[in-house]
Design a protein around this ligand. Sequence first.
Ligand code: 0L1
Ligand code: MG
Length: 256
Amino acid sequence: MSADIEKLAKIVYDAQINATAISQLSETESFTLEEAYRVQAKSIDMRLDAGEHRVGMKMGFTSRAKMIQMGVDDMIWGRLTNSMLVEDGGEIDFSKYVHPRVEPEIAYLLKSDLEGPVSTMEAWNAVEAIAPAMEIIDSRYENFKFTVEDVVADNSSSSGFVIGQWCFPEIDISNLGMVMEFDGRAVQIGSSAAILGHPARSLATASRMVAEDGEKLSAGDIVMAGGATAAEALYEGVSVRNSVEDLGFCGFGVSK
Ligand code: 0L1
Ligand code: MG
């Protein structure tokens, strides 16, 4: 029997909007990965109907460190809306999250559409600008425990993102040092090379994966390349910064 997409989408939508922890959908429902992406699309449609706007997408599980941390071996993707954007230098309200974590990333701003399978060079040629970034992931599942189908249905845990100053894409981004700090103390150190060997590969993969769902990346979209390291749990009062060699930094604080 096929999954009730509408019912599952409403469950994750409610959990996302109200920041409440839910049991894994897979404990009571049987659904495929393809159905999980339909649940994700439907739940985001509910958010768009409620007034949010689509601004781009995120890639997930793009580094070995993330795959090992979460016990998976494939990439996933999710959708970004305007309400998820956290102002660089701003503050998030801890009570609006279930159990948020943060990971250091690089973001792309596209100047032209990308549709279907493309080479890394074609993907790179579609980039208007790049920026240091961070993703706030907040699985709505109790204890951050899920199957790949569960997490995809829950928008691949995406909950917030921070973008630093946009830079021209002339910079070689293949192996940039990245340091994420909590209150000035390094908590994750990595390299952009950890993102699929070269972060531009993540953009090409994004184009291919969204096409499998009948979507494309459009000029003006923001694409989060994926975490370069494992994610760190956020807590009240902490001040977070991600510095990326040659690109600069971005940061935010968490309310007390
Ligand atoms: O790398 C990612 O952005 C994956 C997020 C989904 C899994 C998680 O919640 O850690
Ligand atoms: Mg991420």
